[in-house]
Design a protein. Structure first.
Length: 109
């Protein structure tokens, strides 16, 4: 069970990282737009480097999102197969989880 929770935490961390990267990319694009009228050799060189970095970051972000989507699809397929192969066990697990959640809710009142 520890491995599964570590995997879930890792997935949450990856999702948060992707969200943070999307914000950074968006902010960098806004910065590029805001400095579009700035002239000078250093500014132009910096803008070009930022644009190259943004292009690479967007590509990696798209790859990471696709990998996460594929992992989610695989988990959904595995769950679906398990439920089809073990319908009564799945019903029992769902009933047990429902019972535990019901007990926790009734204690909180």
């Amino acid at each position: 069970m520890g491995t599964n929770s570590t995997s879930v935490q890792s997935d949450v961390s990856k999702e948060k990282l992707m969200q943070d990267l999307q914000i950074v990319v968006s902010d960098a694009e806004e910065l590029l737009k805001a400095t579009a009228s700035q002239a000078g050799e250093k500014v132009s060189a910096a803008r070009e480097r930022i644009q190259d970095s943004l292009t690479a970051a967007k590509a990696r972000l798209a790859e990471a999102e696709e990998a996460m989507l594929e992992k989610t699809r695989q988990a959904a397929r595995a769950t679906d197969e398990y439920v089809h192969d073990n319908p009564w066990r799945a019903v029992g697990i769902a009933a047990g989880v429902g019972l535990v959640v019901g007990m926790l809710i009734s204690r909180g009142r």
